[in-house]
Design a protein around this ligand. Structure first.
Ligand SMILES: Cc1cc2nc3c(=O)[nH]c(=O)nc-3n(C[C@H](O)[C@H](O)[C@H](O)COP(=O)(O)O)c2cc1C
Length: 204
């Protein structure tokens, strides 16, 4: 929270305590800018109350046919968390995960019949979009609570499956690192709006 103070003034961010959890208050458009991939964490413990609020945000995410094809496994046991970090850190990638006090492993569950039939008919894998949305909501909620996250797609899925006793039929699309940020807010690097959107016609 301390690190956020410079933008507090600029973005008019205030905070409020609700049943032991402090929420930052800001416009949604500011929250989107506040959420960034955090790769430097303090060793401050993340309160489980806050993690529960993030899980609730993920739980309320939309999904095709309301299938909700996900399970979030919160790993906050320090030793186990380091084993998860070990599975994510390789070839110079994701070393910061050792620093993050919490790793949340997202498991892709079987989608419901309607969603899988609909996907087959329309040649789409709806459950992958579903998981992305739930993870996005989790991360935005974390930002509102003053927490940093990084969505991680690069990890040894087999190792994590063994570590957490996950059935080998289950895929693990993403992991989220979670903790208090030690990084300043960075400017977003994005394609210009005119390159990613158009009105009434597709533009190359
Ligand atoms: C599906 C997905 C997988 C990602 N995997 C990794 C990863 O393995 N390691 C990492 O450091 N960042 C990872 N990221 C974070 C992206 O690099 C980051 O979101 C992007 O550069 C935009 O920066 P921002 O999140 O700070 O706005 C991933 C993001 C997504 C959405």
């Amino acid at each position: 929270m301390f690190l956020l103070s410079p933008i507090n003034k600029k973005a008019n961010i205030t905070h409020e305590r609700r049943s032991n959890v402090v929420y930052l208050h800001m416009e949604f458009s500011e929250l989107i800018k506040l959420r960034q991939s955090v790769r430097k964490y303090s060793d401050r413990i993340v309160e489980r109350e806050k993690i529960l609020v993030c899980l609730e945000a993920a739980r309320l995410a939309p999904s095709a046919n309301n299938s909700q094809p996900w399970k979030f496994i919160v790993v906050d046991d320090p030793q186990l968390k380091n084993r998860v970090a070990e599975s994510a850190a390789s070839l110079g990638m994701n070393k910061f995960t050792y620093q993050a006090p919490v790793m949340v492993v997202v498991v892709l569950e079987k989608e419901n019949l309607l969603s899988s039939l609909g996907g087959k008919v329309k040649d789409k894998v709806f459950c992958h979009y579903d998981v992305g949305l739930a993870v996005g909501q989790f991360c935005l909620q974390a930002a509102e609570l003053g927490l940093g996250t990084c969505i991680i797609g690069w990890f040894d899925e087999k190792k994590i499956r063994e570590l957490l006793n996950i059935n080998r039929k289950r895929r693990i699309p993403l992991i989220i690192s979670l903790g208090y940020s030690e990084e300043p807010l960075k400017a977003k690097k994005r394609k210009p709006a005119g390159e990613m959107s158009s009105w009434n016609v597709y533009k190359n």
